[in-house]
Design a protein around this ligand. Sequence first.
Ligand code: NAD
Length: 509
Amino acid sequence: QSRDLHYSGSAANALRHDIAGKASSDVLAYLDDQRLFRQLAYCNGKWVNGDSDTPVLNPATGEVLGYTASLNATQINQTIDDAEAAFHLWRAESAETRAKLLMKWHDLIMENQHDLAHLMVLEQGKTLRDAEGEVEYGASFIHWFAEEAKRVYGDTMPSHIPNAHLATLREPIGVAALITPWNFPNAMITRKAAAALAIGCSVIVKPAEETPFSALALAELAERAGIPAGVFNVVMGDAPMVSTQLCQSDNVKALSFTGSTRVGRLLLEQSAQTVKKSAMELGGNAPFIVLPDMDIQQAARAAIDAKFQTSGQDCLAANKILVPRDKHQAFVDAFAALMDELEVGNGLLPSTDIGPLISARAVDKAQAIVDDAIAKGATVMGGKLNPNLGENFFAPTLITKVTPDMLVYQEENFCPVAGVIAYDNLDEAIAMGNDTEYGLSAYVYGNDIRDIWRCLRGLEVGMVSVNSVKMTGHPIPFGGVKQSGLGREGSRYGIDEFSEIKYYCLGGL
Ligand code: NAD
């Protein structure tokens, strides 16, 4: 190999500068040598060409990185049939065997962490630091579920029938379709696939068209790990067509989707005819409540972290920052000062805090949120932005004097725009936090345990993080209420989405 991306320390920094200054084609050529830059679909253990090719762009530069194979409906249906055949073999393996193969997959992902992170930066735009973190986070689900595979238990019940034994088995549901978004191109796949594979399901992944390469690199490593043909598949093609085939197939028994609430509703409708077990990880509009006794500098630091990770394109991103009225100005000053330190740039540069948005459309949406707020009387402060960066970059932005009729209050912003709102009492703050169709997550910062408890009980969300920006991780049940979704991922509950309880009665004993 002419280049080596497995580096550490100062060599790492030198290489990061080196890559940032060069065309991404150099990095891709290296990844191609490593067989981690795959462009064909991966179906039933084979790399498959499609009818046509779809370009994938680098959001930081607009360059075409490569082309993915767009499969047709016949190919999707063949993949479903093959996954169904593979399911029966995979479920028959011992839990120990499945666990060992998953562990091997985990180890290969971590051995290739830096390479996978570079690939992710090129197609997604996030910073290399965040991408490395995501690869590790994604791998942690595989490690977790490799262990869970060996501990999937049923129950026995005292019998209400004389001379009978009552018990349950937990069985894998069958082929699972996993449809995933572009903001976390690795972890949104592994969080689902690891649970499904652990219990004995086979999976068909349909990654977002913006970020297929991270998914295909996972397939390459699954193959190297020895996961059998047909058990882990990655398909691509026209999203509505592929999703329709998956949702309407009788052979696909579970659907696990992460993405927007709009598309989640569509997929639920499409799956209704086949009554599929469905898990939905949808949008969020997270409140960030600063309690009256909280140190303002610390609160502002945490709010910056909760808002701007992945350029704000995170379902957990703090959307509405609620601050006691008498501390509002101090908070705004502290937040604006910290925001001013953030560097927007190419994610491969070590100095970058905020990478590009995924597309020009995402930039238009961010601008529309800001314009709407200005038109309705808000005050807007922008952070630094080098105008030469390119069309997908957006300055971190703070909006104050936010009112409930503004988009920044109502919608999942999904961009580096923060809205700060003053509140007069905690009931009002909780009510504003709940004033949304979403119910994914919330942040609470403060010390008074009674106030914290009121927030914990009062907030209509699936996850509350108190005095910590780090909301997620493999041991926790990730998921939302209201229109943020159905079901939970990670934790000991994650396997539930891919399994059924079978009850049996052995009578006449
Ligand atoms: P999206 O809903 O546009 O796309 C998600 C997936 O659905 C992609 O694979 C896409 O190809 C597919 N898709 C898009 N339109 C489709 C259609 N008409 N028919 C069938 N399939 C279609 O979402 P996105 O823009 O990729 O991701 C951003 C959204 O994901 C945000 O709303 C974010 O909150 C959500 N998200 C949620 C979580 C969570 O865990 N709750 C995590 C990450 C992202």
